[in-house]
Design a protein around this ligand. Structure first.
Ligand code: ATP
Ligand code: MG
Length: 252
């Protein structure tokens, strides 16, 4: 059975896109059929997986706003078993355009329902906001992965994030659950990193993945080459961690 997951945190720069690219790439390499949906107008997942936005005929915008068949917007990435529905700046307009529609929150769900059964996993890369695009992502998925950066202000904004999920549960997606919490940019040399992990574990308990994603410069470099970390530098700490995380994700 297919499972869809939103990578969500309204805070910017915590590792949503890095996780989206690398977790889905690792799962595809573990022989799962994966679709990545880029719902962030920044389009970082799209470019990070080596897709040239100028060569895309139909993007997520066309599916959401003009009702283009989802299958027409699916592009094979360079990784076997990993497909993507791309985003570009045009998608920023969808935020406003959707606002005037009936059942606006369920638009993405309808788009994904057309292809859901073709995949083991669907991952959605959310933008850093709580706007209509994020609400559409949360309405469309079975669960949510929350990346959190190991920094002093880690838990700031988390209660707002949880309130949003609760609101979804009460209204349009009563079955949504938290799939897991990822501690990103972990630095084993600092006491702060350890303290933040403790603090987040106190809050989220066993929802926190055992696999910690280290701060690793190779993870920051790989998107500019359009490669997942396992292809950019298979021996890097980042590649090893995301492979571990993919296994932990599958076994949960
Ligand atoms: P946004 O909210 O803008 O969409 P995001 O949550 O998707 O941001 P990313 O784009 O994944 O966050 O990461 C922010 C920046 O930090 C990027 O430059 C990324 O390459 C870098 N980065 C993310 N995780 C790591 C890591 N573990 N080690 C080193 N750099 C990282
Ligand atoms: Mg991002």
């Amino acid at each position: 059975m297919s499972k869809s997951v939103a990578i969500f945190n309204q805070k910017g720069g915590v590792g949503k896109t890095t996780t989206n690219i690398n977790l889905s790439a690792c799962l595809a390499k573990l022989n799962k059929k994966v679709l990545v949906v880029d719902i962030d107008p920044q389009g970082n997942t799209t470019s990070g997986l080596g897709v040239d936005k100028n060569e895309v005929e139909y993007s997520l915008y066309d599916c959401l706003i003009d009702g283009v068949d989802t299958k027409k917007a699916i592009i094979q990435t360079y990784i076997d078993k990993l497909d993507i529905v791309t985003s570009d700046v045009e998608l920023a307009g969808a935020e406003v355009e959707l606002a005037n529609r009936k059942n606006r929150e369920l638009t993405l769900k309808k788009v994904l329902n057309q292809v859901k059964n073709d995949y083991d996993y669907i991952f959605i890369d959310c933008p850093p906001s709580l706007g209509m695009l994020t609400i559409n992502a949360l309405a469309a998925v079975d669960s949510v992965i929350i990346p959190i950066q190991c920094e002093y202000y880690a838990l700031v904004g988390v209660s707002q994030l949880i309130d949003t999920i609760k609101l979804m549960k009460k209204s349009i997606n009563k079955d949504i659950i938290i799939e897991g919490v990822i501690m990103n940019m972990y630095d084993s040399r600092t006491i702060l990193s350890k303290q933040v992990v403790e603090q987040v574990k106190n809050y989220f308990k066993e929802e926190v993945y055992n696999t910690l994603i280290p701060r690793n410069v190779r993870l920051a470099e790989s998107p500019s080459f359009g490669l997942a970390i396992t292809d950019f530098d298979a021996k890097s700490k980042g590649a090893i961690a995301y492979t571990e995380l993919a296994k932990e994700f599958m076994n949960r």
